[in-house]
Design a protein around this ligand. Sequence first.
Ligand code: MN
Length: 269
Amino acid sequence: MAWVFSKKIAKRFGLERDVSNMNIKTSRRNALKVGTLAALSFGAYRSFAGPNDGSVSLRQSTLLSDAFEDGKYVLPKLPYDYNALEPLYEQRTLKIHHQKHHAGYVKGLNRTLEKLSQANQTRDYSSIKALSRALAFHGSGHILHCLFWHSMKPGGSKVPDELSDAMKRDFGSVSAARMQFAAAAKAVEASGWAIFAYEPIGGKLLVLQAEKHQNLSIWGVVPLMVCDVWEHAYYLQYANDRGAWVDNFMKLANWEFAQKRLSSARSKV
Ligand code: MN
């Protein structure tokens, strides 16, 4: 399941030290961070760090570090053999899913980032809507599939104690958390995902549905600064002139806050 975090995986991704250093009894929040790492934290580091800023600490701190190499997103290896999940998930389905579908997202994500780089060089933003959409589609596709492969384990697993405590607190019981996750997955309209997630302001575990996954957001990123362009945010003052509101928002923009959020996100894992 999505909340599983095995020591073996930690070792594989260089996180073993982080896990063993953790004072689990006194730091439930930290435990949750690791336990639900999958739901957060990937991607944003690398996007904002840029291709040449992969310091050792940053690299070691990323659970899914084999999904990005030398400035490019790459298709990671599966954490098990193609036949390891049979008969519950057949080799043929898994192989096509990984080698065709996931690989397609990786290719699309890199291609979109190249086009965005050209747009920034030429200051030509005429395709920004299509490019933003493509970025969200391929970016979420890549990140969610990276998480998905690790969300399954041959033979399944038990819910670890720390996670179990958090599930009891936030869902009432472990079985309620499991049932809510399964119910949400079954009820996703058309294509999409069920997502077991950690919400860092309240420190809460949540189950969310994502319809499709490209609705202009990348699951896994950490928001650093936001501009509200719902009509309620500007209509009284600016009526339909959203452009004027955005231009003035940019004059108010708090990049220091964004920097603090970036530092916090980078140090989280
Ligand atoms: Mn898929």
